[in-house]
Design a binder for this molecule. Structure first.
Ligand code: WTA
Length: 631
């Protein structure tokens, strides 16, 4: 198809076309899809409300493009190759034909349980093929899926279920992860005690561990599909109907449900996948993300399958049974494009090159990075030892809200530069604004990263609270989408992401709101107040540092610290557990009562020199005490 760019000149040409005449540009890409009815208007938008509509009044079903249209051309080709946690267990290959049948069958099973277009369905399933089948089955019947990362706690899961008033939860009995076997259904049981909207829970048997099944509510996956037809007529969806909700953290305490719609998300994930990874028919592509995050949605499931790719789904972890597992899988399945997170690269780098040596890695053509800034050292290690100096690294910058990759090299087509996401994809118009909202033009500038023109896969709203969407993304800089990231454009015009400029931290590529972690800490009965900041962490990128004021009542610091950490694990999940927790006599505050996080961040980063003028604080004396007790 003509929608793949092959040269730097081609990129420049396409980019210019996309800015000068976005409608013609996107129409030519969208034309290659199967639409039940074409659009009346390509795009209509204003960033004030905000209101963004792509492919207005078009009708489609994304699964007809993910599945049906491949049946004649590549029905027997592998769509998903699933590699289990245990290398001694057989992998599973699902061809496009098989995946189509399974999706249709499960879609029928959900329908039989009363799910219809527009209903919300929670998917709390670990990395097994049924997670992808469940997503696509929802899309098939027009139900809105919301995948919740299977590491979130019962209370975090319940909050998400209640926010979107889901009718059904799809889950598994348990999960194999490294040497561990983790209960999953038990977490759902606890969550659904407090979720009045849930009518049905469907549970996949994966580990075989014991679970309790509640009469009238719970049903096994294999029973739900027993004897059910594998044919299903796809629901006609409006291009702007909701495809899914994905909850993500922001600077307030409550995660928000980012809403993506059918038409635009389809066109952009396909286009970005093909161009960034330069996927060729027959290649084997592997993204190691979890389906619980946006990367798993866009670049394990939708983007690759829309492009007719073979996409690997991996149940395990990079260090089990040893630190060579990724490389063993690359050789085993002859992976051509490999896409992972800097935190995984840094964790593996710590083992040295020995675990890589037994493997050839000669099938690799492209390496990708996502989720957080990749430091130069990790970039070079990845490039030299994994890619053997042969494979371009695509450092892909994007967000849950952007739906797809916005700034990234196109592998082998546009230049790379260590630690730089480099250039915007065609159709993407980034601008750098100073804090007053003035555009910083030209090169060698640094400021707030904003986007000034819509792209097809951008978020449309935050579920149930449009005002929150406006406030969070469209009010800081009038007429612009604000990403929350700081950025530099260097002397050559390449973009380097500098990290968040808001109260969001990025721990091992997972977004955490500091307020969200504080809320969880404050649930502990002895906590009076807390403040959470990020600090530089060698492997995780950022670690979580919590300063906590406690009512000690004769308790030991250590036991309280542990209890508070456990409280966070219970309320959010292990990913939010503070790495460091310091009990402090007070928090530095301005006279108006605002916590001076700048000071806390400096102390957490181990640099307590030069804290600036602290004499204007309400309580300058606590700064000394915090410095003394710092970890
Ligand atoms: C950060 C993940 C630097 C950034 C797809 C963004 C990155 C947040 C990169 C979104 C990158 C993502 N370089 N930083 N290549 N990719 N980020 O929503 O701060 O989980 O705002 O989406 O991750 O995280 P999210």
């Amino acid at each position: 198809m003509s929608d793949r760019i092959h040269s730097l000149g081609g990129y420049i040409h396409e980019y210019q076309k996309s800015v000068q005449d976005p409608e013609t540009f996107w129409a030519s890409i969208a034309d290659s899809f199967h639409w039940q009815k074409k659009w009346d208007k390509l795009v209509e938008w204003n960033f004030d409300e905000p209101k963004v509509e792509w492919f207005k009044n078009a009708k489609l079903n994304i699964t007809e493009n993910v599945l049906d249209r491949h049946l004649y051309t590549r029905g027997d080709q592998a769509a998903i190759i699933w590699e289990p946690n245990d290398p001694n267990e057989e992998h599973i290959t699902l061809t496009y034909k098989e995946l189509h049948a399974k999706v249709c069958q499960f879609a029928n099973a959900m329908k039989a349980k009363g799910i219809k277009k527009g209903d919300r369905v929670i998917i709390y399933i670990p990395m097994v093929p049924e997670a992808a089948i469940a997503m696509l089955a929802c899309a098939r019947i027009g139900a809105v899926h919301s995948v919740v990362f299977a590491g979130f706690s019962a209370s975090a899961l319940a909050d998400r279920i209640n926010d979107c008033e889901a009718k059904m939860v799809l889950t598994s009995d348990g999960n194999f992860r490294g040497a561990k076997q983790i209960p999953v259904k038990a977490v759902v049981d606890e969550a659904v005690e407090n979720t009045p909207s849930i009518e049905t829970v469907i549970t996949l048997k994966r580990t075989g561990q014991e679970v309790t099944m509640k009469e009238g509510r719970d049903i096994w996956w294999h029973d739900a599909i027993d004897g059910v037809s594998t044919e299903n007529k796809a629901e006609a969806m409006d291009a702007e109907d909701m495809l899914f909700i994905l909850y993500t953290s922001g600077s307030t305490g409550k995660p928000k449900g980012v809403v993506h719609t059918c038409g635009g998300y389809m066109v952009y994930t396909y286009y970005s996948f093909k161009n960034v990874f330069q996927y060729n028919q027959g290649d084997v592509y592997w993204c190691t993300a979890d389906v619980g995050w946006i990367t798993g949605h866009s670049y394990i499931v939708y983007g690759p399958l829309l492009a007719g790719a073979t996409s690997i789904m991996f149940e395990g972890v990079p260090t089990f049974p040893d630190a060579g597992r990724f490389w063993q899988v690359c050789d085993k399945h002859q992976v051509n494009q490999f896409y992972t997170a800097p935190t995984a690269i840094r964790a593996l780098q710590a083992f040295g090159t020995e675990p890589i040596e037994p493997y050839k890695l000669d099938s690799l053509k492209v390496l990708g990075s996502v989720g957080e800034p990749i430091n130069e050292e990790a970039w070079h290690w990845y490039h030299d030892h994994v890619g053997k100096g042969r494979c371009p690294i695509v450092d892909t910058w994007w967000q849950t809200e952007t739906g797809g990759i916005l700034i990234s090299p196109l592998a082998g087509v546009t230049p790379t530069k260590p630690a730089y996401a480099t250039l915007p994809l065609p159709g993407i118009q980034p601008v750098i604004l100073d804090n007053e909202g003035n555009e910083l033009k030209g090169n060698s500038v640094e400021g707030n990263l904003c986007i000034k023109f819509p792209w097809p896969s951008m978020l449309r709203t935050t579920y149930g609270d449009h005002e929150r969407c406006r406030q969070t993304y469209f009010s800081s800089f009038a007429g612009h989408y604000f990403t929350g990231d700081g950025v530099k454009r260097d002397e050559d015009g390449y973009y380097r992401i500098l990290g968040r400029v808001d109260d969001v931290i990025n721990v091992s590529g997972h977004r955490m709101g500091t307020a969200e972690v504080e809320n969880a800490i404050n649930e502990h009965p002895m906590v009076v107040e807390s403040a959470v900041v990020g600090y530089p962490h060698d492997i995780k990128g950022q670690g979580i540092y919590a300063y906590v004021i406690c009512d000690m009542e004769g308790r030991s610091e250590e036991s309280l610290q542990n209890e508070i950490k456990q409280t966070v694990t219970k309320i959010i999940g292990p990913i939010a557990k503070p790495d460091k927790l310091q009990i402090v006599p007070g928090l530095p505050k301005t006279r108006s009562g605002k916590i001076m996080r700048r000071i806390l961040r400096k102390i957490a980063s181990g640099d307590a020199s030069n804290l600036g003028d602290i004499s204007t604080l309400l309580n300058p004396e606590v700064v000394e005490a915090i410095k003394e007790g710092a970890q």
